[in-house]
Each structure stands twice: as structure tokens, then as C-alpha cells.
Ligand binder design. Structure first.
Ligand SMILES: [Zn+2]
Length: 112
């Protein structure tokens, strides 16, 4: 007897089976990234084919720039700098390092 195809909910809970025959022998094809991310899948048991649909879930490992172009624009606007963006970032990093080094020196001074 033919099994009823899985519903989306059932499939999401158990995505490594064939939605038609419920067999585990499935092969994923190329992943296509467009408006939607999809992957063609083939069941090696019954020959059924289908397309998995992926959904954006969120993001991870956010790395923020320490000195952004917006910060730079603000300083240029306020007349605080005449440097180009790249030079300004270098300058800011140097100032930041000096600050850390001075703080470390002070720290060492306190211990001596
Ligand atoms: Zn199958």
C-alpha cells in the first residue's frame, strides 16, 4: 500500500527521509541560492524527486567594525579630521594602541 506523502511539518522534523516512501536513502543535489535557497533531492529507493526549501533562520558571528565610515563622516563633517577614510582608520587604531599601552604602563607603574 502506498504511504501518504509527509506534510511539511513531518518533513522538517525528519528531513533525511523520502517524503514519499519514507526511505532513508536520499541524495541531495546542487543547492541553488536565489530569492529562496533550494536543493533538489532524489530518493534512491523509490525514485521520487523533490525540492527542499531552506529559510533564513538568523545570523551568527557578527563582527562589527570598530571605526565605521559613519564615524569618519561625522568627524569630517565636524571638521575634526581631514584624513581620508583608510588613513583615518589607521590613525584611530594607532591612537587606540597608544591608549592601551599607556594604560598598561600605568598598570605596571602601580605594581612597582
Ligand atoms: Zn522514496
Amino acid at each position: 500500500m502506498k504511504k501518504k506523502p509527509l506534510t511539511d511539518d513531518q518533513y522538517i522534523k525528519n528531513p533525511n527521509v523520502c517524503p514519499s516512501c519514507h526511505g532513508h536513502d536520499v541524495t541531495g543535489g546542487q543547492i541553488k541560492i536565489d530569492v529562496q535557497t533550494t536543493q533538489e533531492v532524489t530518493c534512491d529507493t523509490c525514485g521520487a524527486t523533490w525540492i527542499d526549501v531552506y529559510q533564513l533562520k538568523g545570523y551568527m558571528e557578527l563582527k562589527e567594525k570598530e571605526f565605521t565610515e559613519n564615524d569618519w563622516r561625522t568627524e569630517v563633517y565636524n571638521g575634526d579630521t581631514r584624513l581620508g577614510y583608510d588613513e583615518w582608520v589607521e590613525h584611530k587604531k594607532e591612537m587606540h594602541n597608544d591608549m592601551i599601552q599607556n594604560a598598561q604602563k600605568e598598570h605596571r607603574g602601580l605594581r612597582e
